[in-house]
Design a protein around this ligand. Structure first.
Ligand code: NAD
Ligand code: TYD
Length: 358
């Protein structure tokens, strides 16, 4: 297959591309604007492979998309490009509306135009895989409930509302135009190459620097964590095996309170990085409760039984082993870390966490 992947320089997109190049015979065209979150260094291990190509393109640019479709002639699209950070969506939502909604619309239209031009066999085999989040379902308070594929949408943040909008557009393009789509909604990912604005890498790097570890509110919020390589494998499974029009929830059956995740990282660092920064007796002493995120979702939890039943996918990484691998990866990849800690990253950390009183 020839697969056009949007957002392939991001955290999950780069894991998907590494998975496809390393484990299949497929070819990939990575279409990425390279925002602050896009980093080609995450693809260094496969960048010289003849089955990999890159184009620095904004998915809002329809003319550029048309050219790429016509030149590359993809058999499938995997759409991961997005603005993805909830806190950034609260302090500035415009880019989220632009990329996540308008960008998805432009990509759907470019795909539809291209798909209509295909011969019938190719047309039938074509797939548009939309990659989305469990955050479209809002949050859960009932301790028994889990998000299923039929949970009503109730997004809370500008990020999740923009992703919910994109999901609706994709469903409409399937129902109205017959574009052969498959969809997936996943829980929180973690693992190597995660941009350090998100909880797990942020805590690892702040702890190593001897800085305060910002825990929003009371730290009792729950996320359902999935190792990114398990997600990459699930996405390829959905792309290649799901029936047209189906959607799948993907999750690790691994609910953790934020404060427990932060404490687990501190405990791992005690073992793996025992030489602490000056003045730090225990990494956990750096934990600092800060102003809560507005509209903070209390709990996300995925029922991933449909993908297990229909497609045979289950996660293989436990949270204990995945978190250990992740902490070790950040300790071993200081060059990657230094590179992503660019001026723009420093600016965000200063602006956001000063106002959260860390
Ligand atoms: P990320 O922020 O790490 O990467 C996003 C990528 O998209 C970057 O490489 C960026 O340069 C690119 N991009 C942004 N705007 C673009 C534009 N206009 N045109 C082209 N490229 C653009 O995000 P991620 O964590 O890898 O998430 C990937 C996808 O998975 C997103 O759609 C996200 O909503 C979804 N998702 C993420 C998680 C998670 O835990 N991170 C969980 C479920 C679903
Ligand atoms: P995050 O990694 O931003 O993912 P999401 O908001 O998409 O779930 O945050 C995960 C959880 O950690 C979320 O409940 C917010 C919380 N959090 C903190 O307590 N402190 C922080 O500095 C960050 C970035 C997140």
């Amino acid at each position: 297959m020839k697969i056009l992947i949007t957002g392939g320089a991001g955290f999950i997109g780069s894991a998907v591309i590494r998975h496809i190049i390393e484990h299949t015979d497929d070819s990939v065209l990575n279409v990425d604007k390279l925002t602050y979150a896009g980093n080609l260094a995450s693809l260094a291990s496969i960048e010289h492979n003849p089955r990999y190509q890159f184009s620095q393109t904004d998915i809002c640019d329809r003319a550029a998309l048309d050219r790429l479709f016509s030149e590359f002639q993809p058999d499938a699209v995997m759409h991961l490009a997005a603005e993805s950070h909830v806190d950034r969506s609260i302090s500035g939502s415009a880019a989220f509306i632009e990329t996540n909604i308008i960008g998805t619309y432009q990509l759907l239209e470019a795909s539809r135009y291209y798909w209509n031009s295909l011969e019938s066999q190719q047309k039938q085999a074509f797939r548009f895989h939309h990659i989305s989040t469990d955050e479209v379902y809002g949050d859960l308070e009932d301790t028994d409930a889990l998000f299923t594929e039929s949970t009503p949408y109730a997004p809370s943040s500008p990020y999740s509302a923009s992703k919910a909008s994109s999901d609706h557009l994709v469903r409409a393009w399937y129902r109205t135009y017959g574009l052969p789509v498959v969809m997936s909604n996943c829980s929180n990912n973690y693992g190597p190459y995660h941009f350090p604005e998100k909880l797990i890498p942020l805590i690892i790097l702040k702890a190593l620097a001897g800085e305060k570890l910002p825990v929003y509110g009371n730290g009792q919020q729950i996320r359902d964590w999935l190792f990114v390589e398990d997600h990459a494998r699930a996405l390829y499974t959905v792309l290649t095996q799901a029936k047209v029009g189906e959607s799948y929830n993907i999750g690790g059956h691994n609910e953790q309170k934020n404060i427990d995740v932060v404490n687990a990282i501190c405990a791992l660092l005690e073992e793996l990085a025992p030489h602490k920064p000056a003045g730090v007796a225990h990494y956990a002493d750096l934990i600092s409760y800060v102003t809560d995120r507005p509209g903070h979702d209390l709990r996300y939890a995925i029922d991933a039984s449909k993908i297990q039943r229909d497609l045979g996918w289950v996660p293989v990484e436990s949270f204990e082993s995945g978190l250990r691998k992740t902490v070790q990866w950040y300790l071993n990849h200081q060059d990657w870390v230094k590179q992503v800690q660019s001026g723009e990253y420093q600016h965000w950390i200063k602006q956001h966490y000063q106002s959260a009183s860390v």
